[in-house]
Every structure is written in C-alpha cells, then in structure tokens.
Design a protein around this ligand. Structure first.
Ligand SMILES: *[C@@H]1O[C@H](CO)[C@@H](O)[C@H](O)[C@H]1NC(C)=O
Ligand SMILES: *[C@@H]1O[C@H](CO)[C@@H](O)[C@H](O)[C@H]1NC(C)=O
Ligand SMILES: *[C@@H]1O[C@H](CO)[C@@H](O)[C@H](O)[C@H]1NC(C)=O
Ligand SMILES: *[C@@H]1O[C@H](CO)[C@@H](O)[C@H](O)[C@H]1NC(C)=O
Ligand SMILES: *[C@@H]1O[C@H](CO)[C@@H](O)[C@H](O)[C@H]1NC(C)=O
Ligand SMILES: *[C@@H]1O[C@H](CO)[C@@H](O)[C@H](O)[C@H]1NC(C)=O
Ligand SMILES: *[C@@H]1O[C@H](CO)[C@@H](O)[C@H](O)[C@H]1NC(C)=O
Ligand SMILES: *[C@@H]1O[C@H](CO)[C@@H](O)[C@H](O)[C@H]1NC(C)=O
Ligand SMILES: *[C@@H]1O[C@H](CO)[C@@H](O)[C@H](O)[C@H]1NC(C)=O
Ligand SMILES: *[C@@H]1O[C@H](CO)[C@@H](O)[C@H](O)[C@H]1NC(C)=O
Ligand SMILES: *[C@@H]1O[C@H](CO)[C@@H](O)[C@H](O)[C@H]1NC(C)=O
Ligand SMILES: *[C@@H]1O[C@H](CO)[C@@H](O)[C@H](O)[C@H]1NC(C)=O
Length: 397
C-alpha cells in the first residue's frame, strides 16, 4: 500500500508528461470546465463462473470512456466514467479553500461476457473505496504518480499516474496554476517509477533563498535568552518540490535544559522541532521532527542525528547553503545558520565554531598566502647565499 501525499508548490509541475493516461474533462450546466482528470486504473475482479468456479478478470480503464452522469456544482461534483457497461466514479466535495474526494465507486456489469466470460450472474455489482485525496487546495490539482491499490473482497483497483482537478474555476484547468505533488512513502518495495520519457526538461523552479528567521527562547518573560537560533530553512521532499520555511508569523517555543534543549517552530504550513543535546563538552542537533500541515501532509523525524556540533558555550555557524539528509524522504537545507542551544550569556551568541565549508574557504587563502611567503623566503635566502658564495670565490682568486 502506498500513500500519496501532496504538497502545494509555487509553480507549475510537469503535469503534462502524463500523456498516456485516460484524459477526461467535465463541464457544468453552463458549459464551463469543472473537472479535469488524467489517470490510469487497473481492475482485478473476482467473480463466479457457471459450474461453481471462481475466476478473476483483469482489465484496464480503456482510453475510450464517456463522462455521462458527471455533474458539478459549487459544493460538490461527480466524475463518472462509463465503459463497457461499467462505471467508475469519484465524488468530490468543496468546503471553500479545500476539496476532497469522498469515495470512489466502481460498478461492474457481469453480463459483459467479453470481460467476464462464463459469469454465472448477469447482475451489476458495486464496490466503494475511500481514497486518500483530502485537503487539496482550491484551484490546484491532486497528483499521484505512483501506484495506489485499493482492495476489497472482490475487487482490487490500482490507480497510477493520477492527476485530478475538481472545481476548476474560471474555465481554465491547472496549466499554469499551482499544482499538487505526490510523494511516495518508502516503507514498502519501491513503486516502479513511471518510465515515460520526460518530453521536455523538467523546469525545476528555483526558489528564492529562504528568509533568515531569528529565534530565541527565554526561560522567563523578563529573562535573557537561553537559546539562540538564526537560520533560513528549506525542506526537500522526495519526488516533490522543495519549499522554504517562512519565518514570518512563526511562533517559537521550547525549553532550555542542562543536557537537552528544544526549539519548536510553528508556521502556517510546518511544525519543526529541534532537539539539541549537551554531552558535557559538545552540543549537537540530536533530533529533528518536521510535520507538514494544511497544504503539505507529511511527518518525518530522525532522533539520532549528530549535526551542528560545537563546544558547549560556543555557537555553531554555517553561512553557506548546506543540505542534510534527515530521512529517506526529507532533506533539510540551511542558509546563514547560527545556533547556540546552551550556555548563552547576556543574550548574545558566543564565539562561533564554523562549519568545515566556511573553515576551508577561510583556510585556503591563508594556506596559499603562507606557501607564497615561504617560497619568497626560500628565493631570498638562496639569492643571499648565492651572492655570498660568489663573493667568497672572488676573494680566494
Ligand atoms: C495494468 O494492466 C496492464 C494489462 O492488464 C498491465 O500490462 C500493466 O502492467 C498493469 N499496470 C499496473 C500498474 O498494474
Ligand atoms: C487483491 O489483492 C490481494 C493482495 O494482493 C490478493 O490476495 C487478492 O487475491 C486480490 N483480489 C483480486 C480480486 O484480485
Ligand atoms: C459451490 O461450492 C461450494 C464450496 O466450494 C459449496 O459449498 C456449494 O454448495 C457449491 N454450490 C453449488 C451450487 O454447487
Ligand atoms: C450540489 O449537488 C449536490 C448533489 O448533487 C446537492 O446535494 C447540492 O444541494 C447541490 N448544491 C447546490 C448549491 O446546488
Ligand atoms: C459520495 O458517494 C458515496 C457513495 O456513492 C455516497 O455514500 C456519498 O454520500 C457521496 N457523497 C456526497 C457528498 O455526495
Ligand atoms: C445472461 O444474459 C444472457 C444474454 O443476455 C443470457 O443468455 C443468459 O442466460 C443470462 N444468464 C443468466 C444467469 O441469467
Ligand atoms: C479569470 O479570468 C480572467 C479573464 O481571463 C482573468 O482576468 C482573471 O485573473 C482570472 N481569475 C482567476 C482566479 O484565474
Ligand atoms: C517582568 O517585569 C515586569 C516589569 O518590568 C514585572 O511587572 C513582572 O512582574 C516581571 N515578570 C517576571 C516573571 O519577572
Ligand atoms: C508578514 O506577514 C504579514 C501578514 O501576512 C505581512 O503584512 C508582512 O508584510 C509580512 N512581513 C514580512 C517581513 O514579510
Ligand atoms: C552540559 O552538561 C554538563 C554535564 O551534564 C553540565 O555540567 C553542564 O552544566 C551542561 N552545560 C550547560 C550549558 O548546560
Ligand atoms: C513528530 O511530531 C509529530 C507531531 O507533533 C508527532 O505526532 C510524532 O510522534 C513525532 N515523531 C517523533 C519521532 O517524535
Ligand atoms: C548537497 O550538498 C552537496 C555538497 O555540499 C552538493 O553536491 C549536492 O548537490 C547538494 N544536494 C542538493 C540536493 O542540493
């Protein structure tokens, strides 16, 4: 079972490489586009044959489907795909900012003997599934490229390469609008990535450098800070777009301890919890838990990190952009980082231990300079010795 999450990203996604799926559009009573979908579905249906035998029929959603019976209004819409006497439908509800799919219903007609040879019954049977398509922001689409299988006693359906936009406003589908992305959890065998060759190079939108947040924890209202942290953060989710953490409007909380300090940052879209530990001489970032809320649905944590190490009483600084693999799903990017989780005096940062990148960038000119000075010294000494030798030589002559 794979879970598809989605992320609202600030620019267009490579949605249009979904070219081989079944593409449908639905218009409302005024003729305006209200649902756009492009998806693939495989069905596996077990049914009874004559002679008390059980059989399984496997088939795909054909490329030719009709959308009769589909309907849209402001608050709810229904996507209904009809093929060979069968129907596959999804109903959506809209609560203003977000919409969701409520259920997927598949009705199959056993009298279609091309699909169900020797079926004992001629009835039409129905199964419903509850999809995990919730909280999709208005005017964005839901997309999940990996396979998502729904199982019931008699029917298994596998969806993949799914792109659905319900409640299309302004008659324009999700072409240049914000779009949702899917990522796949890695907890089971990896889904076969869609091997469709990317028609054009994926435009990886370059995010602006995230704003640097200035955070501190004060043990009491009038006290001075016991923990200081300045950084710009970006997170990267596997198969999904990267996003910046917005310090504007972020609430800061946490606690300072002797051996462990916590910093909790809550923004509109993310909750980030950082745990620092003190092992008498050094501190380090030991645990990180990042949870995406609202438009971003994910929760990734690593409680066994050893990052941002420096002496207790000093601060750790890294101005360069750095990236850290936190989990198989999540990468953390930092910008202009400076933290001091222990031993803050007078509310200001102590001496900084700089990250190796910064160190080498400072060290290299020093080394080069020192090497040049040494070379000049050798040349001068050699010259002086050489002159003295010739001088001595003259005298003996
Ligand atoms: C869907 O079914 C087709 C043919 O039945 C098969 O070739 C394909 O591998 C299936 N895809 C998935 C993802 O199960
Ligand atoms: C559905 O999938 C399960 C697990 O893979 C399998 O045991 C079952 O036979 C499948 N049912 C049908 C109708 O294909
Ligand atoms: C069909 O098979 C089941 C067991 O497999 C048996 O209990 C049932 O009586 C059989 N029905 C008929 C009509 O043969
Ligand atoms: C939209 O359609 C649903 C179901 O078809 C219906 O219950 C609801 O009243 C409709 N809403 C409006 C505003 O027409
Ligand atoms: C969606 O469809 C399911 C099953 O057909 C039904 O139970 C549910 O009431 C529908 N929801 C809405 C909002 O129409
Ligand atoms: C199903 O329908 C076909 C043709 O419509 C008919 O020949 C057959 O006898 C029917 N089977 C049952 C079990 O009713
Ligand atoms: C809707 O379309 C009009 C005209 O094409 C455009 O000016 C407007 O910005 C659009 N609104 C949205 C929300 O896309
Ligand atoms: C903080 O200072 C204010 C006045 O400066 C004082 O009224 C208040 O009691 C102090 N609070 C604490 C927790 O010390
Ligand atoms: C922070 O957000 C508020 C409201 O969302 C906005 O008015 C303000 O300009 C923002 N400040 C910065 C520095 O972006
Ligand atoms: C760090 O831990 C050591 C030993 O537990 C303790 O003595 C020291 O006070 C701690 N440092 C700070 C700044 O809390
Ligand atoms: C991470 O934070 C979330 C939300 O606060 C919580 O549900 C989850 O258990 C935390 N994970 C770990 C490993 O602490
Ligand atoms: C992470 O940093 C390394 C070197 O610092 C760089 O080579 C790599 O491209 C970076 N990865 C990402 C995803 O930016």
């Amino acid at each position: 079972m794979f879970w598809c999450y989605f992320v609202i990203a600030p620019s267009l996604f490579t949605v249009f490489q979904l070219s081989h799926g079944v593409e449908v559009t639905v218009s409302d009573s005024e003729g305006k586009l209200c649902i756009y979908a492009n998806l693939m579905v495989n069905f596996s249906v077990s049914y009874e044959e004559v002679g008390n035998k059980s059989s399984t029929a496997e088939f795909e959603l054909p490329s030719k489907v009709t959308t009769e019976g589909s309907d849209c209004n402001v608050t709810s819409s229904l996507l209904k795909l009809n093929f060979g006497g069968h129907t596959w439908s999804v109903n959506f509800t809209n609560n203003g900012d977000k919409y969701q799919a409520d259920s997927i219903t598949f009705s199959y007609d056993l009298s279609n003997k091309a699909v169900f040879p020797n079926a004992a019954l001629n009835e039409t049977l129905s199964v419903s599934f509850k999809p995990e398509i919730t909280g999709v922001a208005k005017d964005t689409c839901y997309s999940c490229k990996s396979r998502d299988t729904f199982e019931s006693d008699t029917v298994n359906q596998t969806l993949w390469d799914v792109l659905i936009q319900a409640f299309v406003s302004n008659n324009s589908k999700c072409e240049s609008c914000k779009c949702s992305f899917s990522i796949t959890s890695t907890q089971t065998s990896a889904p076969t990535p869609t091997t469709t060759p990317t028609p054009t190079t994926t435009p990886t939108p370059t995010l602006p450098t995230p704003a640097v947040g200035v955070y501190s924890i004060k043990p009491d209202v009038n006290g001075t800070a016991c923990l200081l942290a300045n950084f710009g953060l970006r997170i990267g989710l596997k198969q999904a777009e990267e996003m910046n953490f917005d310090p504007n409007g972020t609430t800061t909380s946490g606690k300072c301890g002797d051996n462990s300090s916590d910093l909790v940052l809550v923004s509109k879209t993310m909750t980030i919890m950082l745990t620092f530990t003190n092992d008498t001489k050094k501190f380090r970032l030991h645990a990180l838990n990042i949870t995406g809320k609202t438009s971003v649905v994910f929760s990734e944590a690593n409680t066994n990190l050893s990052l941002w190490e420096a002496a207790v009483g000093a601060s750790y600084m890294c101005n360069k952009e750095q990236n850290y693999t936190i989990t198989s799903m999540l990468t953390l990017f930092t910008f202009n980082l400076r933290v001091q989780p222990f031993g803050v005096r007078k509310g200001v940062f102590s001496t900084a231990h700089e990250c190796s990148l910064d160190d080498t960038s400072i060290l290299i000119p020093i080394i080069v300079g020192a090497a040049l000075a040494g070379l000049i010294l050798i040349v001068v000494v050699a010259y002086v010795i050489g002159r003295r030798k010739t001088y001595v030589g003259y005298q003996t002559l």
